[in-house]
Design a protein around this ligand. Sequence first.
Ligand code: NAD
Length: 285
Amino acid sequence: MKIAGIPAIVTGAVYGLGAATARRLAADGAIVAMLDLDGDAAEATAKDIGCIGFVCNVGSADSAEAAIAAARKRHGPAGIVINCAGIGCGSAVGGRDGRPADLAWFERVVRVNLTGTFNVICLAAANMMARAPNEDGERGVIVNTGSTSGYEGQIGQAAYAASKGGVIAMGIALVREFARSGIRVMTISPGPLDTRMFNGMFEGADNRLLDAAHFPRRAGKPEEYAKIVADIVGNPMLNGESIRRDGALRMGRVDQTGFWPVTKRSMKCALRSITSASATLRNAA
Ligand SMILES: NC(=O)c1ccc[n+]([C@@H]2O[C@H](COP(=O)([O-])OP(=O)(O)OC[C@H]3O[C@@H](n4cnc5c(N)ncnc54)[C@H](O)[C@@H]3O)[C@@H](O)[C@H]2O)c1
């Protein structure tokens, strides 16, 4: 589906992946509505790039319905819907001090990441079905954001992993239903990205996560995510798939102390220990 001239909705559009995606789609000619929990920032950012912004809590049926209806009123039914709104929040499940995790923690993460994604899909798909199909029979495309954690959740990330696994799993079920309406559903499942979420959430663990990738061993850039979105929209054969965008990150046991993957840093550390041990032995002799 071409991007130029198509009404688009991006959730979580103020920061990180959503912001980069809104910019990219707008630059490619889409008519973008930016939805975010922070409505003032959404409006201000949208103005900067010639879009419109609305407050929207994706986890609330009423809030999302109002925002999507407002976007439809201004732009018509969206043919491109990108779900980037999400939160990350870790917790021990059994509790380090013997107290079990708070159920509200689990429900909050699932509410935003999984229920919120589903909520936006329901509302947006109903509108999308009302669009006239293009020459390929296509009415629209929905892109959801999973995560590497949806395949291999790290320690402390049971809620996040469950929410992202749910996003990945529902993709094919939606494809089966939406196929007859000419609507595609894709998921992008990123590894670490240089955004507020990653930089805040994994302080201390981030280098270990990055080291667990094969190549490249760095955080992804939000613009690289946005480029995949543009590629997905433009390629009608991409459907029902979750694309990992993580430099072949395989987490192994990276977040358990006592095991570290062999990296330049761990080699340096090991060499330092050997050198210092040799010096001690030399001095003793
Ligand atoms: N950053 C990473 O390393 C990484 C890796 C894998 C997956 N992801 C996923 O990518 C998506 C975007 O993450 P990011 O790194 O850009 O995070 P971010 O914190 O930079 O941005 C998230 C955006 O979502 C908005 N938001 C939060 N809760 C919302 C709600 N209830 N309703 C509407 N908007 C809400 C925030 O205001 C913000 O603009 C998330 O789904 C996240 O789980 C991120």
